[in-house]
Design a binder for this molecule. Sequence first.
Ligand SMILES: C[S@@+](CC[C@H](N)C(=O)[O-])C[C@H]1O[C@@H](n2cnc3c(N)ncnc32)[C@H](O)[C@@H]1O
Length: 249
Amino acid sequence: MRELLVIGIGTGNPDHMTLEGVAALARADIVFVPTKGDEKAELAAVRREICARHAGASARIMEFPLPVRDAANPRYEAGVDDWHAEIAGRYRELIGALGEGQTGAFLVWGDPGLYDSTLRILERVRTENFAFSVKVVPGITAIQALTAAFAIPLNTIGNPVTITTGRKLREGWPDGVDSVVVMLDGQKSFAHIDPAGLRIWWGAYLGMEKQVLIEGPLAEVADRIAVARDAARAAHGWIMDVYLLRRAL
Ligand SMILES: C[S@@+](CC[C@H](N)C(=O)[O-])C[C@H]1O[C@@H](n2cnc3c(N)ncnc32)[C@H](O)[C@@H]1O
């Protein structure tokens, strides 16, 4: 049977690769590397460097353009479903390049279990007539890179944490938590909520040379973060950022 390795590669620093990830990559016959157009060229570059360091000498590196979600679709869930169907078609072609008994590797940003649909999409691809096994190698997430960069714990003692998106944060503070991690926020949602009593730890390009960190009471630093975010995005053409918000219970 064909085997697929879904390897978490961390958030932009090739040194985030775990020893387990390095060993897994070294035994892949084909490594699938997504490219997403110019603004994400740097992300493909990180994956290429990881391949150059750790893939086996005879491994084939197959780059493929990852379909882009139609952000204009007003029905978010339906838009995501169409997008995943398109990616599933692409994955089927890629996996079809593996011979019986061969191993392919997908290099997934951060950890494959956190805000990433590779595993969900592979389940769509797998059928009785198109079988493969899946092995996941965990990676360092953006959340771990954030809390490590600030040298802070993620949670307060004995309390839960909510991980959410900018879109959901704008609907209101989640019930029953003092700590909220916000990912996938292209809209600077931190600037659209009541800042009273909130502290923010914000990080962009975590793990990369151009990493930016800002923290403080939200009321005092929200504008500074917004300006820094816009400037960084303009300078580099893309941005990935994540933040932890904490309030006194
Ligand atoms: C599609 S999710 C992927 C998350 C990833 N699987 C993980 O484990 O971190 C992308 C989001 O992760 C966060 N992210 C990923 N890499 C990051 C980085 N280097 N710096 C800051 N945020 C990052 C951002 O919130 C971004 O919008």
